[in-house]
Design a protein around this ligand. Structure first.
Ligand SMILES: [Zn+2]
Ligand SMILES: [Zn+2]
Length: 174
């Protein structure tokens, strides 16, 4: 768990809290069927009291195993997620709008785990691909085209292409 005490930080001026630790956040991975294995999340973040707010920023690193949407093979995906979350204590003087990165605190103790979980969760690709060049599976015979070249498509299209090639050839000979 990564946490800080808002009022303690405020009282101490502008100390910087540095966190460098691994978090296990199962909720990040469990809803996705294309996440084969989740991973620990390496959090390298700093919290600092600035003005009336505590800013939390840094990087979250994870390396889950995902299933490619095209070829259905499993691959390790490197994630480097930048985070920036702001926290403030609501008061009559402070009129700050909350949004997805700006949060009004309810308790002095702020636990960052759910915010980090959210950041990593939305960074998982909607359509995971083992590579942008992934050729996928052949719809005819089902082989993984990254590993094996099959002749299904070319055989199917050959008659047309052959006729076209013949036309073009006879054209260019004139
Ligand atoms: Zn693939
Ligand atoms: Zn094929």
């Amino acid at each position: 768990m990564i946490q800080f005490h808002f009022r303690t930080m405020k009282a101490k001026g502008n100390p910087v809290l540095v966190f460098d630790q691994q978090l296990t956040l199962h909720s990040v991975w469990e809803d996705r069927t294309d996440v084969i294995t989740g991973s620990e999340i390496h959090c390298q973040v700093e919290a600092q009291h600035i003005g009336e707010m505590v800013t939390v920023k840094g990087t979250l690193k994870a390396r889950p195993t995902l299933r490619c949407a095209r070829c259905l093979s499993d691959f390790e995906h490197n994630m480097n997620v930048n985070v920036m979350e702001l926290f403030f204590e609501p008061s009559d003087v402070m009129q700050i709008e909350e949004d997805e990165n700006i949060h009004a605190i309810r308790d002095d103790l702020v636990v960052l785990d759910p915010y980090f979980a959210e950041n990593v969760s939305i960074a998982i690709p909607n359509v995971p691909l083992c590579s942008n060049q992934c050729k996928g599976l052949c719809p005819e015979c089902g082989v993984n085209r990254n590993e094996t070249e099959c002749t299904c498509t070319s055989e199917r299209l050959n008659p047309k292409f052959a006729a076209l090639a013949k036309l073009l050839q006879s054209d260019s000979t004139h």
